[in-house]
Design a protein around this ligand. Structure first.
Ligand code: 0RA
Length: 644
């Protein structure tokens, strides 16, 4: 549909007004486009630019992407693609590259055939990065020439011009995030390199190189995985004992949806399934995951039946049984993804469920028919999981019958609250009996319940369900919360909508918190997704002089309060008390600093936090001693900082 011809100048004028309006809107409400103006938003700028290069690679024109973190925390992303078009767009009257960098959602405008699958978390395009950058320069090598143009906060400062010759093609974008917009300006090597590694796994065959120039010597890492998802699964299982030598892999396109899956069983007891839609991690799962799980459970049950493997037992495999020890990566590409959920990381497209179910059923059953050795290993694993689960169920039933109660009895150690409105009620999981005692005395008993936990709870990362349920502390947590676990989990049965982890600010406390988060992540992930898990923030210091007192939650606050009290005249010295544990606070102090909803701060745990915790935990508990040493060292330093 060609527009009526207009003069270039007129068109340009109209165009530049929309441009200014668009980029102004981005600067006014950056959160709408990149989620936040904190650390996450800052890093999204890089993802947004890299995603454009990934699209170029997926279109088959680029196989190398380089990212540089410069000393001034500016970023360069460079690729060897075709280069963003530099000729004047027939209807918009501006060079393509200028449109890409100044018009919102310009991405597909001049390349209608391209199937944009990545395009960042919000798919907003590089113009958003331009609007939020103090300075941006784009360099395009194309048609034998090097072209360049520059911007300040989205406004063109240097029009597109040829600055030299170019033997090859490619696009380079250099940008410096705007300090007027972002509260954090420092890029994290860890965050960026992990995301780039992930992109390299998800898009096998693209070489992605990251260089950090901020240290004394540059730090460089190169990610290149010819095998894509297969190598991803091998990487995830690198510290595990796989039950069959090679990951199972298949990919297919049906009704315009690409499905790509790799999976491998290992001898542990957890499931590690990572799902992605259009290169974006879907932490909260969604229809693709549901379809995958249904297909896996059914296919494995079919194979079990065919082999008469559960002939003597009169039960079938549950989903949990079929997924014990499973490591899997599922990547689907969908034209118009709908993201839902608390963090917009749950795929909502209904049609995807059936597509994934059909593709996985078909390919997995064929694979298992053709590879009886692998089939046998998987069946054995699932059947033994089912038998352990059945034994655990019988043991639980026995306990219930003995106690003469149909429903599980609330644990004796639980000091419950009197309200019966779960939406208002809070459960504090407290480290140690002594802090538990203070919390019981200090709490508001109408809506706050206390469950003291003694010492370390079980290593849930390396235990099977029957052992997990055999642990007294864990049983107490499960019965107090009321939802059940795994396949039996019911969010509607939650007895509290806030479960607050309260541990000491020391290495042991950090360890117990990690343990608990790992437990919730593995056994009740929906509780985290629903936003029911929190971490209490007890103060580290009490600073006082005479009757005036302050509680400091970090080092800066301690200094600030100390200075404030010292400045004041009057008699007496400033006294400083450092809380080594919750037990050192009296009930009244614990209430007003940590438990009173009017004054306390509690941190809501995200699924990301829990994933980090379980990773850390796996490393801490694994056979490799190095991570354990590093954890203790890191935390020892933390403690010594507090000791100052
Ligand atoms: C649209 C069309 C063409 C290239 C690109 C977009 C492109 C964009 C980016 C962003 C970063 N790197 C990029 N590389 C390419 C080319 C169309 C053609 O040459 O026919």
């Amino acid at each position: 549909m060609a527009k009526a011809p207009t003069t270039g100048a007129k068109e340009y004028g109209a165009q530049s007004i929309t441009v200014l309006k668009g980029l102004e809107a981005v600067r006014k409400r950056p959160g709408m486009y990149i989620g936040s103006t904190g650390e996450n938003g800052l890093h999204h700028l890089v993802y947004e630019v890299v995603d454009n290069s990934i699209d170029e690679a997926l279109a088959g024109h680029c196989d190398r992407i380089e990212v540089f973190i410069h000393r001034d925390n500016s970023i360069t992303v460079t690729d060897n693609g075709r280069g963003i078009p530099v000729d004047i767009h027939p209807t918009e009257g501006l060079p393509g590259v200028e449109l890409a960098l100044t018009v919102l959602h310009a991405g597909g405008k001049f390349d209608k055939d391209s199937y944009k699958v990545s395009g960042g978390l919000h798919g907003v395009g590089v113009s958003v990065v331009n609007a939020l950058s103090e300075q941006l320069t784009v360099t395009v090598d194309r048609a034998g020439a090097r072209h360049q143009m520059s911007f300040v906060r989205g406004h063109t400062t240097q029009k597109l011009s040829v600055i030299g010759m170019a033997p090859a093609t490619g696009t380079t974008i250099h940008f410096k995030p705007d300090p007027q917009i972002f509260s954090v300006l420092e890029f994290s090597w860890h965050t960026l390199s992990e995301r780039l590694r992930q992109l390299a796994f998800l898009n096998g065959g693209i070489r992605i190189i990251i260089t950090d120039e901020r240290g004394e010597t540059p730090k460089v890492e190169e990610f290149f995985y010819e095998g894509g998802l297969v190598e991803f699964v091998q990487y995830l299982n690198r510290t595990k004992k796989p039950l069959h030598p090679k990951p199972v892999h298949f990919s297919a396109t049906r009704d315009d949806v690409d499905v790509d899956v790799a999976l491998q069983y290992e001898d542990g007891y957890n499931e590690n399934t990572f799902t992605f839609v259009n290169n974006i991690s879907t932490h909260e799962g969604g229809t693709h995951l549901t379809g995958f799980r249904a297909a896996l459970t059914r296919t494995i049950n079919d194979v079990v039946k065919k082999n008469n493997a559960l002939k003597k037992d009169n039960f079938t495999l549950s989903g949990d049984d079929a997924r014990e020890g499973l490591t899997c990566v599922l990547h689907v590409k969908v034209r118009e993804p709908q993201f839902e959920g608390q963090t917009k990381t749950k795929l909502g497209n209904g049609e995807v469920e059936g597509i994934v179910r059909a593709v996985v059923s078909e390919h997995l059953s064929t694979f298992l028919d053709e590879n009886p050795g692998v089939a046998r290993a998987i069946i054995e694993k699932a059947v033994s999981a089912a038998r352990a689960r059945e034994a655990a169920r019988k043991a639980r039933e026995l306990v219930r019958k003995k106690s003469g109660l149909e429903n599980a009895v609330l644990p004796g150690k639980l000091a419950d609250c009197s309200s019966d409105d779960p939406a208002l009620n809070e459960l504090y999981l407290v480290e140690g009996d002594s802090a538990g005692g203070s919390a019981k005395q200090g709490r508001n008993r109408s809506f706050q319940a206390i469950l003291p936990l003694r010492g370390k709870i079980l290593n849930v990362e390396r235990a099977r369900i029957d052992r997990i349920l055999g642990n007294e502390e864990i049983r107490a947590i499960i019965t107090a919360i009321g939802t059940g676990i795994r396949d039996d989990f019911k969010i509607t049965e939650a007895r509290y909508h806030k479960v607050i982890i309260m541990t000491d600010a020391d290495v042991d406390g950090a360890h117990i918190r990690t343990l608990l988060l790992t437990f919730f992540f593995r056994q009740m992930p929906e509780l985290i997704e629903s936003g029911y898990i929190y971490i209490a923030q007890p103060p580290l210091y009490r600073v006082a002089k005479g009757k005036e007192e302050y509680y400091a939650y970090d080092e800066d606050e301690r200094k600030e309060f100390t200075a404030r009290l010292e400045e004041k005249g009057g008699r007496g010295n400033v006294s400083l008390q450092r809380y080594k544990g919750l037990g050192e606070m009296n009930p009244d102090q614990l209430w007003k600093t940590t438990m009173d909803p009017e004054t306390r701060t509690i941190l809501r745990v995200t699924l990301d936090d829990a994933v980090e915790a379980s990773k850390l935990f796996d490393e801490l508990m694994g056979d490799n001693v190095e991570p354990r040493r590093l954890f203790i060292e890191a935390n020892a330093k933390y403690v010594s900082v507090l000791d100052v």
